[in-house]
Design a protein around this ligand. Structure first.
Ligand code: TRP
Length: 371
């Protein structure tokens, strides 16, 4: 089995999230914190209860500030190297929940520079993916008044002066260690982490403010900020807080993460109902038994059954989810039946999304940040 590897450029093997918490130096989101969030937000999102968002850095500081009536802003991002899939969608849906509940600004970085530097794509191809991704993000219903798109190459005049300040405080050896780079990595990729750091304080520079920043992200992105949180502080800004998510498992099994580089293993926001059905029926790893008789007798394993695991993302009703898990474990529900439930849920989401996506391009202007 592949050794566990988790960094922004490589996720491999069975991910042990408890080990990540200790290796990265994160804090687990515990009952006490959940209670606090519930008290403040009026509810806890199922992704918090279900430990999909499972860890954090300094989340208490954000809650303290909010309770004192101080503002914070959200910062997250997209690397436009391919189509948006349900893994992205789920994370950003949670971001939208945070934005709506706390009524805060959201800064969305598009790292076209990063994907050009790291992937085997031309500049033009990255620009095309960026447009496609923007349509999906807009279709998710973010508020254009409080959501600002920052594009690394287009907003270079704003980002670059701050990025060099960050870069001057980070050595090549730190980068090598954090990302597993060698002397053969291109020089742009070595600098890139500085670009990803900037939006954690740029809104304060632009608006002459000193607000807290909360960054929701997949835990693979943590190495960037593990390096740069202290740097941000040294530059005279507040250290950003972070909330980390687990990876949505690929359809083919619970290892690694859903990725659009293998579109068979992920469901894309643009997939039609037939494709969704085909992908899930053909590829979703089953936790069921060899034969129907054996399954009825011994029951299925919800932990390895991908349809069951994916329902954690899409069946927000705890009671309904528990009932499905219970019946599947007892063999009352067959794998094919759980898949059918999942297919219906996903197709409902996608048909609504695709409707909204149709004229999303008209709204680009409202979202792309203007000084
Ligand atoms: N590097 C991220 C990616 O490849 C995109 C990104 C930029 C991001 N800034 C971020 C993700 C902040 C989370 C939080 O997808």
């Amino acid at each position: 089995m592949a050794e566990m590897k988790v960094n922004p450029y490589d996720v491999e093997g069975e991910v042990d999230y408890n080990r990540l918490i200790s290796e990265f130096g994160l804090k687990k989101i515990d009952e006490k914190l959940l209670k606090r969030i519930e008290k403040i937000a009026g509810e806890v999102h199922p992704y918090l209860r279900r430990e999909i968002f499972f860890a954090h850095r300094d989340l208490e500081k954000i809650l303290d500030a909010y309770e004192k009536g101080e503002k914070f802003f959200l910062y997250t991002g997209d690397g436009p190297s391919g189509p948006i899939h349900l893994g992205h969608y789920s994370i950003w849906n949670f971001v939208k929940w945070l934005q709506d509940k706390f009524n805060v600004e959201l800064w969305f970085q598009f790292t076209d520079d990063e994907k050009f530097l790291y992937k085997n794509l031309t500049y033009e191809e990255v620009q095309e993916w960026m447009k496609e991704n923007m349509k999906d993000i807009i279709a998710m219903g973010f508020n254009p008044k409080t959501t600002h798109f920052l594009i690394d190459t287009k907003h270079a005049d704003l980002i670059y002066p701050e990025a060099i300040k960050v870069a001057k405080k980070i050595t090549f050896s730190t980068i090598k260690a954090a990302f597993g780079f060698t002397d053969s990595n291109n020089i742009g990729s070595i600098f890139y982490t500085a670009m990803q750091t900037v939006p954690a304080f740029l809104p304060n520079v632009l608006n002459k403010k000193d607000e807290y920043c909360l960054i929701p992200m997949g835990v693979d992105q943590d190495p960037h900020f593990r390096i740069s949180r202290d740097v941000v502080k040294k530059l005279g800004h507040k250290k950003p807080s972070i909330i980390h998510s687990k990876f949505m498992p690929p359809l083919t099994g619970t290892k690694g993460k859903s990725s659009s580089s293998n579109s068979e293993k992920a469901i894309l926001m643009t997939d039609d109902a037939k494709t969704v059905k085909k992908k899930i029926n053909k590829h979703a790893f089953s936790g069921g038994k060899e034969t129907v008789e054996e399954h009825r007798e011994k029951g299925g394993d919800v932990e390895i059954d991908v349809a069951c695991q994916w329902l954690k993302y899409f069946e927000h009703d705890d009671k309904k989810l528990a009932e499905i898990y219970n019946k599947y474990s007892k063999g009352e529900l067959l794998s094919g039946e759980v898949k059918a439930i999942l297919i219906e849920k996903i197709n409902e989401i996608l048909s609504e999304h695709q409707e909204k996506r149709k004229d999303a391009e008209k709204q680009f202007d409202k979202f792309i940040y203007k000084k």
